[in-house]
Design a protein around this ligand. Structure first.
Ligand SMILES: NC(=O)c1ccc[n+]([C@@H]2O[C@H](COP(=O)([O-])OP(=O)(O)OC[C@H]3O[C@@H](n4cnc5c(N)ncnc54)[C@H](O)[C@@H]3O)[C@@H](O)[C@H]2O)c1
Ligand SMILES: [Zn+2]
Length: 341
C-alpha cells in the first residue's frame, strides 16, 4: 500500500513528505483493516510537519501523519464480532489499554498507555490502509459522507468540550477561536440547547462561517473585546492564544465555567481575583472519551454539518500541499486527504 510519510528534518525544521510503498498492515486479534477514504488535516499534523515535535512528542523516525479518518473495512482479524467487510466506519484514532485505573473509571482519554494515530512513534492514516481495534471503528450511516465520517474526530473534541462545560438548554456560551474546533464547538453547543453562542476570532472569513453555522453574535477580536458582550456562563476556549484565554475568562458571568480546549503557551496569566470573586470553574480538556455515538447521531440527524467545514481536497501524492495551504489561504478551514485518489 502507499503511505505519505513525514521524514523529519534537523530539530525544529520543516520536514518533507515522501510517498512510500509499504507492506499492508495485517489486522491482529480483535482488529479490523480499513481502506482509508478520507483523512482530515489537523493543526497538529501541520505542527509536526513544520517543527518535528509538539512539546515532548518528538518525530525521531519517519512517521505517517493524519488522525481524522474514515473508510471501509476490507478485512477482519480473529475474534472480531459485529463488524463486517464492506462496512463504512469512522476511525477513533486513540486506542487505550482498557485496563488501567483511568480506563476503568471511564476516562480512557487519560490512559497513560494510549496509542494515538500520528503521535510519535505511532503511524497515522495518510495511507491507503490502517488497522484499528474493532471497538474504535464506528459504523456510520450511508447518508454520511466520507469527509463527515472523518471529521467526527474533531467534532468529538467539541462534544467533549460541551460536556465538560455542562452546556445544556438555555446555556449562554462564548467560543473563542473559530477554527475547525471552534466551529464544531459552536454547532455542538447549539445542538446541546445553548440559546446564545457568541464567537470571537481575528479572521473575518472564519467569523462569517461561524455566523452561517448559527452563532448568535460575532466578535472581531482585532477591534472588539469579548468582555463587552452580555456575560456568558460557559467559555469554550478554542484558540489557544493566551490573550484570548485571559479575556475569555474575564468575560464570564458569576459562577461561570471556562473550558480550555486550545493549546497555546504552556503557562498563561490567570486573572485570579476574577476566578475567585466570581467562583469560576476552570478545566482543561484532553481529546475525548465516549463521544462517537453522540457525534454520529448529531450528524446523522442533520443537527451538525461537517461537510460545510471542508474547503479543499487532496490526493495522497499531494499530501504535502494539504499541510501548507492553511498558512497561505485565509479562507482555508479544513482540508481532506483522500488516500484512494
Ligand atoms: N484539548 C484538546 O484535546 C484539543 C484537541 C484538538 C485541538 N486542540 C487545540 O484547539 C485549538 C483550535 O484548533 P483548530 O484546529 O481550530 O486551530 P486553528 O488554529 O485553526 O484555530 C484557532 C483560531 O483562533 C483564532 N484566533 C487567533 N487569535 C485570536 C484571538 N485573540 N481571539 C479569538 N480567536 C483568535 C485564529 O484566527 C484561528 O481561527 C488549537 O490550539 C488546538 O491545538 C485541542
Ligand atoms: Zn488505560
Amino acid at each position: 500500500m502507499r503511505a505519505a510519510v513525514l521524514v523529519p528534518a534537523a530539530s525544529g525544521q520543516t520536514g518533507r513528505i515522501e510517498l512510500e510503498e509499504r507492506a499492508a498492515p495485517e489486522p491482529g486479534p480483535g482488529e479490523v483493516l480499513v481502506d482509508v477514504r478520507a483523512v482530515g488535516v489537523c493543526g497538529s499534523d501541520v505542527h509536526y510537519y513544520e517543527h518535528g515535535r509538539i512539546g515532548d512528542f518528538v518525530v525521531e523516525e519517519p512517521m505517517v501523519l493524519g488522525h481524522e479518518s474514515a473508510g471501509v473495512i476490507s478485512a477482519v482479524g480473529p475474534g472480531v464480532t459485529g463488524l463486517a467487510v464492506g462496512e463504512r466506519v469512522s476511525v477513533e484514532p486513540g486506542v487505550p489499554d482498557r485496563s488501567c485505573p483511568q480506563c476503568l473509571a471511564g476516562r480512557y482519554n487519560l490512559c497513560p498507555q494510549m496509542r494515538f494515530f500520528a503521535t510519535p512513534p505511532i503511524d497515522g492514516a495518510f495511507a491507503e490502509q490502517v488497522v484499528v481495534h474493532q471497538a474504535f471503528a464506528h459504523p456510520v450511516p450511508d447518508s454520511m459522507s466520507d469527509d463527515a465520517a472523518a471529521l467526527l474526530e474533531p467534532l468529538s473534541v467539541g462534544v467533549w468540550a460541551c460536556r465538560k462545560g455542562g452546556v445544556g438548554p438555555g446555556s449562554r456560551v462564548l467560543v473563542t477561536g473559530a477554527g475547525p474546533i471552534g466551529l464544531v464547538a459552536v454547532q455542538t453547543a447549539l445542538a446541546f440547547g445553548a440559546t446564545s453562542v457568541a464567537v470571537s476570532d481575528v479572521n473575518p472569513a472564519r467569523l462569517e462561517m461561524a455566523g452561517a453555522l448559527g452563532a448568535t453574535e460575532l466578535v472581531d477580536a482585532r477591534s472588539s473585546s469579548v468582555t463587552d458582550i452580555a456575560p456568558p456562563n460557559i467559555l469554550l476556549e478554542c484558540s489557544g492564544f493566551p490573550p484570548a484565554i485571559t479575556e475569555g475568562i474575564r468575560a464570564l458571568d458569576r459562577a461561570g465555567r471556562a473550558v480550555l480546549v486550545g493549546m497555546g503557551g504552556d503557562e498563561i496569566p490567570l486573572p485570579l481575583s476574577v476566578v475567585q470573586g466570581r467562583e469560576l470553574e476552570v478545566t482543561g480538556t484532553f481529546r475525548y472519551a465516549n463521544t462517537w455515538p453522540t457525534a454520529i447521531a448529531l450528524v446523522a440527524a442533520g443537527r451538525i454539518d461537517l461537510d460545510r467545514l471542508v474547503t479543499g481536497h487532496y490526493g495522497l501524492a499531494d499530501a504535502e500541499a494539504s499541510l501548507t495551504v492553511g498558512r497561505s489561504d485565509p479562507f482555508s478551514v479544513k482540508v481532506i486527504v483522500h488516500p484512494d485518489r
